[in-house]
Ligand binder design. Structure first.
Ligand SMILES: NC(=O)c1ccc[n+]([C@@H]2O[C@H](COP(=O)([O-])OP(=O)(O)OC[C@H]3O[C@@H](n4cnc5c(N)ncnc54)[C@H](O)[C@@H]3O)[C@@H](O)[C@H]2O)c1
Length: 423
């Protein structure tokens, strides 16, 4: 048996998971079915909540105290890797978490990074921090990379059924990481020749999706200006054997709208200014403004002005059926509407916050929606909105009946009754 696995199984040492968010918490629970685990997070409030929810058991301990990690021999780092205001990588959490592990690092320990990073980041940024412990990579400790692929809100794809990519800094590490993930994941596990390949592969996954959607968004804009229905065009085009089905739409979230910026950053650092990837990002980021320009133009034809208008938006999250608002383009859409001095209210029963602290996102309870509006925007396809039935939305429209159905939830045969616009 691999020595590092033997420590976990025979000697009952623990696996630490650093960062108990969307990725880390489900991972902690899954790993705890096989091994002793310690969940570590710098957010004391979150740790208190997790303790309250009785997550702790014989196998699970959650803490914000670094010292507790000394009982661990494997550390899995799942901290956020977002972008700064200028869209360059924000590696501060990764640097801090690596520094925490360096403080408790012992000989032969294994550190696994699951956070999404650009190719070379683990070797150039994380390993030097771990080596500040005085220990040397491959001689005293091993580093692995196992990019996360979970899909929040998708009940069909669970953590243990999604195939994984893994990599390590040495052969023993590759053997360990394969066997370790195999012990709690039923799907395939692909070992890459080195860490950079695994980092790059993760970048490709999300960059490809961003670009595919950006092409649909650009096509949707062109066809909109040509007065051609994009949905019908895509339906017709999809009859070709090699057509790839993608839909236009708002691209937000912590992955697809962020990861391409990591690749842009790395590419620039080696002297190549990416054109295609940058263009895809630009189109996807432009979409909320395009929609607002569209609303404004339609209002003009009705002698309406966005200034002082009352607009109701359904859905605030970056995708359906989750409460995650990170980089939600609906938030950008609302900001553009507010720049035009429209009064915007938002209905999203899934989002936990009511009004954000600054009062910038005025939320109303779904049961308190009353009267009619100059415009209703259906921005997110939450099941709860679908369950209301499409007729629900018609009663909210004033005499001009302007309905922006960004997810096309209104049945095709009813669309002609409205000033209907969809992507
Ligand atoms: N959420 C997803 O669906 C998803 C999917 C694939 C990959 N990823 C990647 O996984 C990583 C984690 O994302 P997430 O969505 O789970 O983030 P998250 O924001 O949900 O959670 C991160 C947690 O890490 C904690 N944290 C921050 N700094 C820390 C530190 N120094 N030490 C310990 N804890 C710390 C935070 O308090 C938070 O609880 C990111 O790199 C992300 O790109 C996420």
């Amino acid at each position: 048996m691999n020595q590092a696995l033997e420590k976990l199984i025979v000697h009952q040492s623990s696996v630490a998971v650093l960062g108990l968010g969307y990725v880390g918490l489900p991972l902690l629970m899954e790993v705890s079915k096989k091994y002793k685990v310690v969940g570590f997070d710098t957010n004391d409030g979150l740790i208190a909540q997790l303790k309250d929810r009785l997550i702790e058991s014989e196998n699970i301990l959650v803490t914000s105290e670094l010292e507790v990690l000394r009982s661990c021999t494997v550390y899995i780092i799942c901290v956020p890797t977002d972008v700064l205001a200028d869209k360059s990588p924000d590696l501060s959490n990764l640097v801090e978490a690596s520094g925490s592990v360096a403080e408790v690092l012992k000989y032969d320990d294994i550190i696994i990074y699951e956070s999404t990073v650009y190719p070379g980041c683990t070797e150039e940024v994380c390993i030097p921090i771990l080596e500040k412990s005085g220990k040397k990579l491959n001689q005293d400790f091993t580093v692995c990379y196992a990019p996360e692929r979970i899909v929040p809100g998708d009940n069909k794809l669970s953590l243990n059924s999604i195939s994984r990519i893994v990599a390590a800094s040495n052969d023993k590490g590759s053997e360990f990481i394969y066997q370790f993930y195999k012990s709690f994941i039923t799907a395939d596990i692909h070992v890459t020749p080195n860490i950079k390949v695994a980092e790059a592969a993760k970048m490709v996954e999300n960059t490809q999706r961003d670009l595919n959607i950006s092409l649909m968004n650009e096509l949707a804009i062109i066809f909109d200006k040509l007065n051609i229905d994009t949905e019908s065009v895509l339906e017709a085009a999809s009859t070709k054997w090699n057509f790839h089905p993608y839909q236009p739409g708002l691209v937000g979230g912590h992955c697809i709208s962020v990861d391409p910026f990591y690749l842009l950053h790395k590419s620039r650092s080696v002297g190549h200014e990416p054109k295609v990837i940058a263009a895809g990002r630009a189109i996807n980021d432009y979409l909320p403004l395009y929609i607002v320009e569209k609303i404004e133009a339609l209002f003009l034809t009705k002698n309406k002005s966005l200034k002082g208008s009352h607009i109701l938006v359904y859905g605030l999250t970056f995708k359906e059926n989750i409460d995650d608002m990170r980089n939600s383009k609906v938030v950008d859409l609302i900001a553009h509407l507010k720049n035009k001095e429209a009064h915007v209210e938002v209905v999203d029963p899934i989002v936990q916050i009511r009004n954000d602290a600054s009062g910038k996102i005025p939320m109303i309870d779904i049961s308190k929606v009353k009267g009619t509006f100059d415009l209703v925007v259906i921005a997110v396809k939450h099941n709860i909105f679908l369950s209301l039935g499409h007729e629900y939305f018609y009663n909210l429209l004033d005499e001009h009946k302007i309905l922006f159905d960004l997810k096309r939830i209104i049945p095709i045969e009813h669309r002609g009754k409205f000033e209907y616009w969809a992507l």
